[in-house]
Design a protein around this ligand. Structure first.
Ligand SMILES: CCCCC/C=C/C(=O)SCCNC(=O)CCNC(=O)[C@H](O)C(C)(C)COP(=O)(O)OP(=O)(O)OC[C@H]1O[C@@H](n2cnc3c(N)ncnc32)[C@H](O)[C@@H]1OP(=O)(O)O
Length: 359
């Protein structure tokens, strides 16, 4: 049976209510089918090569050629129906599951037993950090710094801890163009890393799986890092035409020595959890089968220690470095603002987004 106009409109409403981000590829397909169903074959001029988003949309719509409007409408309804049934059976933790607290789209934040847990919650994207998620993490950390918990923990939902910056962030170009985008991203990066530098309580990373890019570099600003033996630590900046951030250009040589830091930050060597522990980036590694139980038992015991004493000890350990860290953060952000406009970086990002390259 052919989809009616009513089915089509109902499907459009269902898309807005999807609980899980279906991913860029599906979103492009939905866009293309919608345009084809409502306007027919693509009749717009092709956008410029740097207008990533509109070019991707144009490509998707144009690829439908002369597909009849009715078929496009039917395909749209079928695609939405497959998305709603797969999202109902998904095991993703629902955003805002922590009732009574602020709700986040990409995080689950809970507070219990003196511990505030901030969990990255985009498992279908390997917890890649979208622009909105950067803002949410900053908000969650600011709230945690003021709540009555003694320890704050950052972890990931699903098989990854975090795959780093969401490479699709760079496709959302503002009216000011790519230069403006690079400027905005540098400001956001500086604020994001600054929130970690200034965080006043013990901050612990529970690294449940592979960690990439900025999720690795900021570990140098945590007070303890517990890792599953499934975790890996990878900063492929040169592969992406980038340069280090998260204060790693300063903290990594200090933690592991310049030679080992070079292997990670310049040559992009991926470390196992055991290697990262031997080099001082990770505090302790646990077998994956007992990881959650062992780590949370330990953290619950630590959370009962006197909170003021822990906070003051952290200040004594970290405060002398703060000014330096903020200066490093500003310099790294400004260097990256240039890197994001380089051919090396644009090509690597486009290769990933067009599915030609993975790490
Ligand atoms: C504005 C401040 C910027 C600060 C500077 C930050 C720098 C960094 O963090 S650099 C590091 C950036 N991250 C990466 O380069 C990782 C890219 N991702 C990958 O190489 C792979 O996805 C993988 C190795 C992390 C996992 O591979 P695999 O197990 O095969 O899983 P999939 O590739 O199928 O992933 C599922 C799904 O998620 C999408 N995805 C994963 N990571 C990212 C990401 N970082 N950005 C955007 N999208 C990501 C992946 O494309 C898949 O999507 P679909 O194909 O649509 O299902």
């Amino acid at each position: 049976m052919r989809a009616s106009q009513e089915d089509f409109e109902s499907a459009m409403n269902q898309v807005k209510l999807l609980k899980k981000d279906p991913g860029n590829e599906v979103k492009l397909r939905l866009y293309a089918l919608y345009k084809q169903a409502t306007e027919g074959p693509c009749n717009m001029p092709k956008p410029g090569v740097f207008d990533f988003i509109n070019k991707a949309k144009w490509d998707a719509w144009n690829a439908l050629g002369s597909l009849p409007k009715e078929t496009a409408r039917q395909n749209y309804v079928d695609l939405v129906s497959s998305l709603t049934s797969s999202s109902e059976s998904s095991t993703q933790v629902k955003p805002g599951a922590d009732r009574g607290q602020q709700e986040y789209e990409n995080l689950v934040v809970t507070s219990e037993d003196g511990i505030t847990k901030i969990m990255f919650n985009r498992p279908t994207r390997k917890n890649a950090i979208s622009t909105q998620m950067y803002q949410e993490i900053m908000l969650a950390l600011k709230a945690a710094s003021k709540d009555d918990s003694t320890i704050t923990v950052v972890t990931g939902n699903g098989d990854y801890y975090c795959s780093g910056n969401d490479l699709a962030n760079f496709t959302d170009i503002p009216p000011g163009g790519v230069e403006e985008k690079a400027k905005q991203s540098a400001i956001m990066l500086r604020d994001f890393v600054g929130t970690f530098i200034d965080f006043p309580k013990p901050l612990v990373a529970v690294v449940n799986g592979p960690a990439v890019g900025i999720s690795v570099t900021i570990l140098g600003l945590f007070d303890a890092v517990y890792a599953s033996d499934r975790a890996t630590f990878h900063t492929p900046f040169s592969h992406l035409g980038l340069s280090p951030e998260g204060c790693a250009s300063y903290t990594f040589p200090k933690i592991m020595g310049p030679a080992k830091a070079t292997e990670m930050l310049i040559f992009g060597k991926k470390l196992t959890a055991g290697e990262a522990c031997a080099q001082g980036l990770v505090t302790e590694v646990f077998p994956d089968s007992t990881f959650q139980k062992e780590v949370w038992t330990r953290l619950k015991a630590y959370s009962k220690l006197p909170p003021n004493s822990m906070r003051i000890s952290k200040q004594v350990i970290r405060n002398m470095e703060k000014e330096k860290l903020h200066a490093v953060n500003a310099e790294e952000s400004s260097v990256l603002q240039e890197r994001w406009l380089s051919d090396e970086c644009i090509n690597a990002t486009m290769n990933f987004l067009s599915k030609k390259a993975k790490l």
